[in-house]
Design a protein around this ligand. Structure first.
Ligand SMILES: CC(=O)SCCNC(=O)CCNC(=O)[C@H](O)C(C)(C)COP(=O)(O)OP(=O)(O)OC[C@H]1O[C@@H](n2cnc3c(N)ncnc32)[C@H](O)[C@@H]1OP(=O)(O)O
Ligand SMILES: N[C@@H](CCO)C(=O)O
Length: 310
């Protein structure tokens, strides 16, 4: 944990200044001036070793014996970094989060980074490329579009409406159920949700209920509203995207219904220096966590500077 913006405040995109911002982060490996920055997903946190074992470890894309790896909980989150409980329910943008990240890197003595982000972390990677192009050497963006689509905004809007309708927990559980349907796929649920756990209750129904309970036990509804708002507000125009000269590996997931592979591919085509690759999985958006397959190898090759084949 570190406190940043002590001597001069962070000016948020909404116009509000923030001082003494607490940021929770993990680092792995020996401190260096060049680092790999990991950007977590909506309900993720800075503990990469807990949620991405396929990626972190000796011989993996994030190798602490070779690299200095940093991951911070985002501004507005609820896993150590200041969020609505400390700041109130103010709008926060993905670019604000990148500015906090820049301050953290300065604090750590890091001068250049390569970035890897998935889902919300992938959107945030694009915000970094717009906000801090001087710092970023290359970016691997997994399962994320270049801007939040009406479809994705709609899903988040429905989730926030559930929270507003039933604050205090029930709404967050319904929000997670809606989101889970977009993180899985018809094929994935057909393959996994065949056996009833409770008599008379569809397997998928009790699965979604359980996922809602699980999120309620570890997440905060105010952060959910803040972070989904930040994602929905990320709408760079074509000229901004065309200004991104940094090499990008954009990765779509074949069965992703939240950010369809075709959308990710089209977004990559709008960037001057992006390569596209597709992860084949039936498990939908969360395949980057649950069914990584060739993904670590592809990302590792890109981060090592090797040309990834499309
Ligand atoms: C790059 C990034 O930034 S990612 C950031 C990391 N993100 C996170 O850590 C976010 C939080 N994590 C997640 O989203 C999830 O944990 C994932 C995607 C990693 C995996 O989800 P899981 O819930 O573990 O897996 P899955 O969807 O297969 O569900 C399994 C659970 O549902 C239960 N379950 C399965 N079917 C049913 C059913 N029909 N009825 C009731 N319960 C069921 C299982 O018993 C299991 O329970 P357990 O979690 O107590 O072991
Ligand atoms: N399942 C992950 C990815 C969602 O984008 C999460 O809950 O953060």
């Amino acid at each position: 944990m570190v406190t940043l913006f002590h001597t001069s405040p962070l000016l948020l995109d909404c116009g509000r200044p923030l001082s003494d911002v607490r940021v929770a982060y993990h680092s792995y490996g020996e401190a260096r001036e060049e680092a790999t920055l990991v950007l977590h997903a909506l309900t993720g946190d800075s503990a990469v070793h807990e949620w991405w074992p396929d990626f972190l470890g000796e011989g993996r894309p994030l190798d602490p014996t070779r690299d200095y790896i940093v991951c911070a909980n985002v501004l507005g989150g609820c896993a150590g970094t200041d969020g609505p409980a400390a700041l109130g329910d103010i709008p926060i943008s993905l670019r604000d989060m990148a500015r906090v990240g820049r301050a953290l890197l300065e604090h750590l003595g890091v001068r250049r980074v390569q970035i890897i982000g998935a889902s919300m972390g992938g959107l945030l990677a694009y915000a970094w490329l717009l906000e801090c192009p001087d710092l970023v050497m290359r970016a691997a963006v997994i399962g994320a579009p270049v801007r939040h689509s009406p479809w994705a905004v709609g899903l988040n809007s429905a989730a926030r409406a559930a929270i507003r309708a039933a604050p205090g927990g029930e709404g967050l559980k319904v929000a997670r159920q809606i989101a889970m349907l977009s993180y899985r796929s018809p094929q994935s649920l057909a393959a996994t949700q065949t056996v009833q756990r409770r008599p008379g209750v569809h397997a998928v129904t009790s699965y979604l209920e359980y996922q809602g309970e699980k999120l309620l036990a570890r997440f905060c509804e105010r952060s959910y509203v803040t972070l989904t708002g930040a994602m929905d507000g990320f709408q760079p125009n074509d000229a901004e995207l065309a200004s991104i000269r940094t090499p990008v590996l954009a990765i779509g997931i074949s069965s992703d219904v939240l950010y369809p592979a075709a959308e990710v591919r089209a977004g990559a085509a709008a960037l001057p220096n992006a390569t596209y690759w597709e992860l084949d999985s039936i498990h939908g958006h969360d395949a980057f966590l649950m069914d990584a397959g060739e993904l670590p190898g592809r990302v590792g090759a890109f981060l090592r500077g090797a040309a990834a084949e499309s």
